[in-house]
Design a protein around this ligand. Structure first.
Ligand SMILES: Nc1ncnc2c1ncn2[C@@H]1O[C@H](COP(=O)(O)OP(=O)(O)O)[C@@H](O)[C@H]1O
Ligand SMILES: [Mg+2]
Length: 307
């Protein structure tokens, strides 16, 4: 093992996590485009396929069988995540592949998750992009919550808006539950408030905080409020077919302000792009995407805003 393995980089990488309710909204494709834009801007980037059960970033980058995957780290075949990164053929872009049939993020153990999160912070890169895959399991939410940029993807369909709002809501409750895990009384209140038909009659985070203030004291309430403010989802609406579609994120923004006491940023939309879809359908690497195509070009401003 070289010294490099345990050494903390001088400046830890900025971690961007791309999550959202369901599969098929474009998380993997847009994660890849974020990475491609970052390297075009000269940033050393690693894209991480955290979708351990359904990894597909390698395919989007034209890599058939990744020689090493996160599974090799979990099974201790390699001592650090740095050893598992593979080159992608694109200068400044490496891939940490999640390809694995044996493992899914949902059943990753706590200690393994902690090890991976520590490893991510030690990666030698300026930016680390996490494609979280679908779902709202605790592990997905925990990777989302540790990120410096918490990106939530949705499409303009009402079901997708609902799913993505549910994702944000679950992230809020996950965060509050993690912080209060050592205080059984408070934790019970938070867990019960998660159920929309709870007996405490709590409908919004505001109301939850009234109960926390009453039962846990003002200091606890203020502390939790500060922690809550660290959740700053950035909403991206994909596959927009009209200008109006691009505003879907605005709905989540309004509802989150009203019910969750957080203010997501609406980063706008990415257009439905036939060129992009035909590349993916034909298994052509996204590195061959026409940079002037609507989806690719449209991601430029979103990437800049996230930086
Ligand atoms: N902006 C877009 N325009 C056209 N097709 C898109 C766009 N974004 C994603 N797709 C298509 O949607 C499908 C699902 O994308 P993917 O990134 O795999 O979703 P997820 O990772 O959320 O499951 C792919 O076939 C992809 O080509
Ligand atoms: Mg995916």
């Amino acid at each position: 093992m070289t010294e490099n393995h345990t050494k903390q980089p001088a400046v830890p990488p900025k971690i961007w996590a791309v999550g959202g309710g369901k599969g098929g909204v474009g998380k993997s494709v847009l994660s890849t485009i974020f990475a491609l834009w970052l390297v075009r801007m000269g940033k050393r980037t690693i894209i991480v396929d955290v979708d351990l059960g359904g990894a597909n970033i390698h395919t989007l980058l034209g890599i058939k069988n990744p020689p090493r995957t996160i599974n090799d780290f979990i099974t201790k075949k390699y001592p650090s995540l740095e050893d598992i990164c593979i080159s992608t053929g694109v200068e400044n872009l490496r891939l940490l592949s999640g390809a694995s049939e044996i493992l899914s993020l949902a059943n990753l153990q706590f200690a393994q998750k902690v090890k991976i999160i520590q490893g991510l912070r030690q990666l030698d890169a300026e930016f680390v992009i996490l494609d979280l895959g679908a779902g709202t399991s605790y592990n997905v939410l925990d990777f989302f919550l540790i990120a410096d940029r918490q990106i939530v993807m949705l499409t303009p369909q009402p079901i997708s808006i609902q799913n993505s709002y549910a994702f944000v809501r679950n992230a809020v409750y996950r965060k509050l539950s993690r912080i209060t895990s050592q205080k059984p009384g408070l934790l019970a209140i938070i867990k019960s408030a998660m159920d929309p038909k709870n007996e405490l009659n709590v409908r919004t985070i505001n109301e939850l905080f009234r109960v926390i203030r009453r039962d846990g004291g003002p200091d606890t309430a203020d502390f939790l409020k500060k922690e809550l403010a660290t959740i700053q989802p950035a909403l991206v609406t994909n596959m927009a077919r009209s200008h109006k579609d691009k505003n879907a994120g605005h709905i989540i923004q309004l509802v989150s302000e009203k019910y969750l006491m957080i203010k997501p940023k609406d980063l706008g939309g990415v257009i439905y792009d036939n060129h992009l879809n035909s590349l993916v359908s034909g298994m052509t690497p996204l590195t061959q995407m026409d940079p002037s195509s609507e989806a690719f070009a449209g991601m430029h401003d979103i990437t800049i805003r996230l930086i």
